[in-house]
Write a new protein. Structure first.
Length: 317
Protein backbone atom coordinates (compact mmCIF):
# COMPACT_ATOMS: atom_id res chain seq x y z
CA UNK A 1 0.00 0.00 0.00
CA UNK A 2 1.37 3.42 -0.91
CA UNK A 3 2.31 5.56 2.08
CA UNK A 4 0.25 8.68 2.55
CA UNK A 5 2.90 10.92 3.97
CA UNK A 6 4.27 14.36 3.20
CA UNK A 7 6.42 16.19 5.72
CA UNK A 8 7.79 19.59 4.69
CA UNK A 9 10.55 21.13 6.79
CA UNK A 10 9.95 24.87 7.17
CA UNK A 11 12.41 26.38 9.65
CA UNK A 12 11.13 24.98 12.98
CA UNK A 13 7.70 23.99 11.74
CA UNK A 14 6.70 20.71 10.14
CA UNK A 15 3.58 20.13 8.08
CA UNK A 16 1.87 16.76 7.91
CA UNK A 17 -0.86 16.11 5.36
CA UNK A 18 -3.19 13.08 5.41
CA UNK A 19 -4.90 11.85 2.25
CA UNK A 20 -7.46 9.67 4.01
CA UNK A 21 -9.66 11.73 6.33
CA UNK A 22 -11.64 8.77 7.74
CA UNK A 23 -9.04 8.02 10.43
CA UNK A 24 -8.67 11.58 11.67
CA UNK A 25 -11.24 11.43 14.52
CA UNK A 26 -9.45 8.39 15.96
CA UNK A 27 -6.05 9.97 15.34
CA UNK A 28 -6.87 13.35 16.87
CA UNK A 29 -8.87 11.88 19.78
CA UNK A 30 -11.99 13.19 21.51
CA UNK A 31 -11.74 16.96 21.79
CA UNK A 32 -8.23 16.65 20.25
CA UNK A 33 -6.94 14.97 23.42
CA UNK A 34 -4.46 12.80 21.48
CA UNK A 35 -2.93 15.84 19.84
CA UNK A 36 -2.68 17.52 23.23
CA UNK A 37 -0.71 14.54 24.54
CA UNK A 38 1.62 14.68 21.55
CA UNK A 39 2.18 18.37 22.37
CA UNK A 40 2.98 17.67 26.03
CA UNK A 41 5.20 14.67 25.28
CA UNK A 42 7.36 16.37 22.64
CA UNK A 43 7.10 19.96 23.90
CA UNK A 44 5.61 21.22 20.64
CA UNK A 45 2.54 23.13 19.50
CA UNK A 46 0.11 21.50 17.04
CA UNK A 47 -2.58 23.21 15.00
CA UNK A 48 -4.62 21.84 12.13
CA UNK A 49 -6.92 22.74 9.29
CA UNK A 50 -8.87 19.64 8.31
CA UNK A 51 -6.34 17.03 7.20
CA UNK A 52 -3.25 19.27 7.50
CA UNK A 53 -1.28 19.48 10.75
CA UNK A 54 1.30 22.12 11.57
CA UNK A 55 3.78 21.13 14.28
CA UNK A 56 5.89 23.93 15.76
CA UNK A 57 8.81 23.68 18.18
CA UNK A 58 12.52 23.07 18.07
CA UNK A 59 13.57 21.32 14.90
CA UNK A 60 14.33 17.89 16.40
CA UNK A 61 11.22 17.70 18.62
CA UNK A 62 8.79 18.81 15.92
CA UNK A 63 10.26 16.31 13.45
CA UNK A 64 10.03 13.49 16.02
CA UNK A 65 6.42 14.41 16.76
CA UNK A 66 5.59 14.46 13.04
CA UNK A 67 7.15 11.02 12.53
CA UNK A 68 5.29 9.55 15.51
CA UNK A 69 1.96 10.98 14.36
CA UNK A 70 2.53 9.49 10.92
CA UNK A 71 3.39 6.16 12.50
CA UNK A 72 0.02 6.14 14.27
CA UNK A 73 -1.78 7.24 11.11
CA UNK A 74 -0.15 4.53 8.97
CA UNK A 75 -1.09 1.84 11.48
CA UNK A 76 -4.72 2.99 11.36
CA UNK A 77 -4.57 3.18 7.57
CA UNK A 78 -3.25 -0.39 7.36
CA UNK A 79 -6.10 -1.68 9.49
CA UNK A 80 -3.82 -2.56 12.39
CA UNK A 81 -5.54 -2.41 15.76
CA UNK A 82 -2.94 -2.33 18.50
CA UNK A 83 -5.34 -2.39 21.42
CA UNK A 84 -3.97 0.88 22.73
CA UNK A 85 -6.52 2.42 25.06
CA UNK A 86 -4.14 5.02 26.40
CA UNK A 87 -2.15 7.19 23.98
CA UNK A 88 0.61 7.47 26.60
CA UNK A 89 1.52 3.82 25.94
CA UNK A 90 1.84 4.51 22.23
CA UNK A 91 3.99 7.57 22.78
CA UNK A 92 6.49 5.56 24.84
CA UNK A 93 6.54 2.59 22.47
CA UNK A 94 9.28 2.07 19.95
CA UNK A 95 8.55 2.41 16.25
CA UNK A 96 6.73 -0.65 14.97
CA UNK A 97 7.10 -1.78 11.41
CA UNK A 98 4.18 -3.44 9.66
CA UNK A 99 5.77 -6.91 9.63
CA UNK A 100 7.24 -6.89 13.16
CA UNK A 101 4.26 -8.31 15.01
CA UNK A 102 4.84 -10.94 17.70
CA UNK A 103 1.62 -12.88 17.26
CA UNK A 104 -1.03 -13.09 14.58
CA UNK A 105 -4.50 -14.53 15.18
CA UNK A 106 -7.68 -14.37 13.11
CA UNK A 107 -8.75 -11.15 14.78
CA UNK A 108 -5.56 -9.12 15.12
CA UNK A 109 -1.82 -8.69 15.07
CA UNK A 110 -0.13 -8.21 18.42
CA UNK A 111 3.03 -6.19 18.95
CA UNK A 112 5.52 -6.13 21.81
CA UNK A 113 5.14 -3.04 23.97
CA UNK A 114 8.33 -3.72 25.93
CA UNK A 115 11.51 -5.77 25.71
CA UNK A 116 10.22 -8.18 28.34
CA UNK A 117 7.03 -8.80 26.38
CA UNK A 118 9.12 -9.69 23.34
CA UNK A 119 11.37 -11.89 25.48
CA UNK A 120 8.32 -13.57 27.06
CA UNK A 121 6.78 -14.65 23.75
CA UNK A 122 10.16 -15.78 22.44
CA UNK A 123 10.67 -17.83 25.59
CA UNK A 124 7.27 -19.53 25.23
CA UNK A 125 8.11 -20.48 21.65
CA UNK A 126 11.45 -22.00 22.68
CA UNK A 127 10.61 -23.70 26.00
CA UNK A 128 8.09 -26.19 27.37
CA UNK A 129 7.65 -24.60 30.81
CA UNK A 130 7.66 -20.82 31.20
CA UNK A 131 6.88 -18.62 34.20
CA UNK A 132 5.72 -15.04 33.66
CA UNK A 133 6.02 -13.22 36.99
CA UNK A 134 5.30 -9.56 37.63
CA UNK A 135 2.77 -6.82 38.39
CA UNK A 136 -0.69 -6.36 36.96
CA UNK A 137 -0.98 -4.68 33.58
CA UNK A 138 2.19 -6.05 32.00
CA UNK A 139 0.31 -8.16 29.44
CA UNK A 140 1.30 -11.57 30.82
CA UNK A 141 -2.09 -13.24 30.51
CA UNK A 142 -3.04 -11.68 27.19
CA UNK A 143 0.25 -12.58 25.51
CA UNK A 144 0.16 -16.14 26.86
CA UNK A 145 -3.40 -16.68 25.60
CA UNK A 146 -2.55 -15.08 22.25
CA UNK A 147 0.46 -17.36 21.83
CA UNK A 148 -1.75 -20.35 22.64
CA UNK A 149 -4.33 -19.28 20.04
CA UNK A 150 -1.62 -18.83 17.42
CA UNK A 151 -0.23 -22.30 18.22
CA UNK A 152 -3.68 -23.78 17.78
CA UNK A 153 -4.21 -22.02 14.46
CA UNK A 154 -0.80 -23.28 13.28
CA UNK A 155 -1.71 -26.86 14.29
CA UNK A 156 1.23 -27.01 16.69
CA UNK A 157 -1.08 -28.29 19.43
CA UNK A 158 -4.57 -29.79 19.39
CA UNK A 159 -6.16 -28.00 22.34
CA UNK A 160 -5.82 -25.14 24.81
CA UNK A 161 -6.32 -25.56 28.54
CA UNK A 162 -6.79 -22.37 30.57
CA UNK A 163 -7.07 -22.46 34.35
CA UNK A 164 -7.17 -20.25 37.43
CA UNK A 165 -7.56 -20.96 41.13
CA UNK A 166 -11.01 -19.84 42.32
CA UNK A 167 -9.50 -18.71 45.59
CA UNK A 168 -12.14 -16.06 46.26
CA UNK A 169 -14.68 -18.85 46.70
CA UNK A 170 -12.23 -21.12 48.44
CA UNK A 171 -12.95 -23.42 45.46
CA UNK A 172 -16.08 -24.53 47.35
CA UNK A 173 -18.15 -23.94 44.25
CA UNK A 174 -21.06 -26.06 45.47
CA UNK A 175 -22.04 -23.29 47.87
CA UNK A 176 -22.51 -20.77 45.05
CA UNK A 177 -25.87 -20.30 43.28
CA UNK A 178 -26.50 -21.45 39.71
CA UNK A 179 -25.25 -24.29 37.54
CA UNK A 180 -21.56 -25.14 37.23
CA UNK A 181 -20.88 -22.68 34.40
CA UNK A 182 -22.58 -19.82 36.26
CA UNK A 183 -20.55 -20.63 39.36
CA UNK A 184 -17.11 -20.66 37.78
CA UNK A 185 -17.45 -18.05 35.02
CA UNK A 186 -16.78 -14.98 37.24
CA UNK A 187 -13.40 -16.41 38.25
CA UNK A 188 -12.45 -17.25 34.68
CA UNK A 189 -13.77 -14.07 33.04
CA UNK A 190 -10.31 -12.55 32.28
CA UNK A 191 -9.45 -15.63 30.22
CA UNK A 192 -12.74 -15.42 28.31
CA UNK A 193 -12.11 -11.71 27.68
CA UNK A 194 -8.71 -12.41 26.13
CA UNK A 195 -10.12 -15.17 23.91
CA UNK A 196 -13.02 -12.99 22.78
CA UNK A 197 -10.53 -10.35 21.70
CA UNK A 198 -8.41 -12.83 19.74
CA UNK A 199 -10.91 -15.11 17.98
CA UNK A 200 -14.16 -14.65 16.06
CA UNK A 201 -17.09 -15.31 18.38
CA UNK A 202 -18.54 -18.26 16.45
CA UNK A 203 -15.18 -20.05 16.15
CA UNK A 204 -14.51 -19.51 19.85
CA UNK A 205 -17.93 -20.89 20.81
CA UNK A 206 -17.43 -23.96 18.59
CA UNK A 207 -13.96 -24.60 20.03
CA UNK A 208 -15.23 -24.37 23.60
CA UNK A 209 -18.23 -26.58 22.85
CA UNK A 210 -16.05 -29.25 21.21
CA UNK A 211 -13.46 -29.15 24.01
CA UNK A 212 -10.66 -27.82 21.81
CA UNK A 213 -10.51 -24.88 24.22
CA UNK A 214 -11.16 -25.71 27.87
CA UNK A 215 -11.46 -23.10 30.59
CA UNK A 216 -11.69 -24.55 34.08
CA UNK A 217 -10.81 -23.90 37.73
CA UNK A 218 -7.57 -25.35 39.01
CA UNK A 219 -9.40 -27.98 41.07
CA UNK A 220 -10.60 -29.61 37.81
CA UNK A 221 -7.03 -30.41 36.74
CA UNK A 222 -6.38 -33.11 39.35
CA UNK A 223 -5.68 -36.59 38.04
CA UNK A 224 -5.24 -35.59 34.39
CA UNK A 225 -2.33 -35.83 31.97
CA UNK A 226 -2.46 -33.08 29.38
CA UNK A 227 -0.83 -34.08 26.11
CA UNK A 228 -0.52 -32.17 22.82
CA UNK A 229 -1.86 -29.11 24.60
CA UNK A 230 -1.01 -25.51 25.43
CA UNK A 231 -1.71 -25.15 29.16
CA UNK A 232 -1.94 -21.83 31.01
CA UNK A 233 -2.31 -21.26 34.74
CA UNK A 234 -3.23 -17.68 35.58
CA UNK A 235 -3.08 -16.04 39.03
CA UNK A 236 -0.67 -18.77 40.12
CA UNK A 237 0.31 -16.84 43.25
CA UNK A 238 -3.01 -18.03 44.69
CA UNK A 239 -2.14 -21.72 44.49
CA UNK A 240 -1.03 -23.68 47.52
CA UNK A 241 2.18 -25.67 47.41
CA UNK A 242 0.28 -28.91 46.81
CA UNK A 243 -1.87 -27.35 44.08
CA UNK A 244 1.18 -26.08 42.23
CA UNK A 245 2.87 -29.48 42.43
CA UNK A 246 -0.33 -31.10 41.17
CA UNK A 247 -0.59 -28.65 38.26
CA UNK A 248 2.97 -28.77 36.92
CA UNK A 249 2.90 -32.58 37.00
CA UNK A 250 -0.03 -32.51 34.53
CA UNK A 251 2.41 -31.61 31.74
CA UNK A 252 2.30 -34.33 29.08
CA UNK A 253 4.08 -35.07 25.84
CA UNK A 254 4.16 -32.43 23.09
CA UNK A 255 2.72 -29.82 25.46
CA UNK A 256 3.67 -26.36 26.64
CA UNK A 257 2.82 -24.92 30.04
CA UNK A 258 2.82 -21.24 30.96
CA UNK A 259 2.38 -20.22 34.59
CA UNK A 260 1.52 -16.60 35.38
CA UNK A 261 1.37 -14.67 38.61
CA UNK A 262 2.14 -11.65 40.74
CA UNK A 263 3.77 -12.53 44.07
CA UNK A 264 2.73 -9.16 45.50
CA UNK A 265 -1.00 -9.97 45.18
CA UNK A 266 -1.44 -13.20 47.13
CA UNK A 267 -5.04 -13.75 48.29
CA UNK A 268 -4.52 -17.02 50.13
CA UNK A 269 -5.74 -17.33 53.75
CA UNK A 270 -3.34 -16.21 56.45
CA UNK A 271 -0.83 -18.93 57.16
CA UNK A 272 -0.94 -20.46 53.68
CA UNK A 273 2.20 -20.21 51.55
CA UNK A 274 2.07 -19.50 47.83
CA UNK A 275 2.84 -22.39 45.51
CA UNK A 276 4.27 -19.91 43.02
CA UNK A 277 6.79 -18.59 45.54
CA UNK A 278 7.86 -22.11 46.42
CA UNK A 279 8.27 -23.44 42.89
CA UNK A 280 10.29 -20.42 41.80
CA UNK A 281 12.81 -21.33 44.53
CA UNK A 282 12.76 -25.06 43.75
CA UNK A 283 12.95 -24.97 39.95
CA UNK A 284 15.94 -26.84 38.55
CA UNK A 285 18.19 -25.06 36.08
CA UNK A 286 17.05 -27.24 33.23
CA UNK A 287 16.86 -26.68 29.50
CA UNK A 288 13.24 -26.07 28.53
CA UNK A 289 12.39 -24.07 31.68
CA UNK A 290 12.56 -20.28 31.82
CA UNK A 291 11.37 -17.49 34.12
CA UNK A 292 10.54 -14.04 32.75
CA UNK A 293 10.34 -11.34 35.41
CA UNK A 294 8.20 -8.37 34.40
CA UNK A 295 8.79 -4.96 35.96
CA UNK A 296 6.62 -1.91 36.51
CA UNK A 297 8.19 -0.36 33.40
CA UNK A 298 6.47 -3.12 31.36
CA UNK A 299 2.98 -2.01 32.40
CA UNK A 300 0.87 -1.23 29.35
CA UNK A 301 -2.39 -0.23 30.99
CA UNK A 302 -3.21 3.35 31.91
CA UNK A 303 -0.06 5.30 32.90
CA UNK A 304 -1.47 5.71 36.44
CA UNK A 305 -1.29 1.93 36.99
CA UNK A 306 2.50 2.16 36.82
CA UNK A 307 2.53 4.90 39.46
CA UNK A 308 0.14 2.96 41.72
CA UNK A 309 2.24 -0.23 41.49
CA UNK A 310 5.40 1.72 42.35
CA UNK A 311 3.66 3.33 45.34
CA UNK A 312 2.61 -0.06 46.72
CA UNK A 313 6.09 -1.47 46.18
CA UNK A 314 7.45 1.06 48.71
CA UNK A 315 5.36 -0.39 51.53
CA UNK A 316 7.53 -2.36 53.90
CA UNK A 317 6.49 -5.98 54.21
Amino acid sequence: MQKRKRINKINKKHTVEFENNSFLPELYGNHDQNLAKFENYYGVSISYRGNILEISGDDESSLMAADKIMQLYNELDNGIKLGIKDIDVFLKSKKIEKDQFLIKTKNKKIYARSKNQEKFVDSINKNDLVFGVGPAGTGKTYLAVATAVQSLLNNQISRIILSRPAVEAGERLGFLPGDLKEKIDPYLRPLYDALNDLMPKKILENNIESGIIEIAPLAFMRGRTLENAFIILDEAQNTTNMQMKMFVTRLGRNSKMVILGDVTQIDLPTGSSSGLNQILKLLPKEEGIEIINFQSKDIVRHRLVDKIVKAYSKIKK
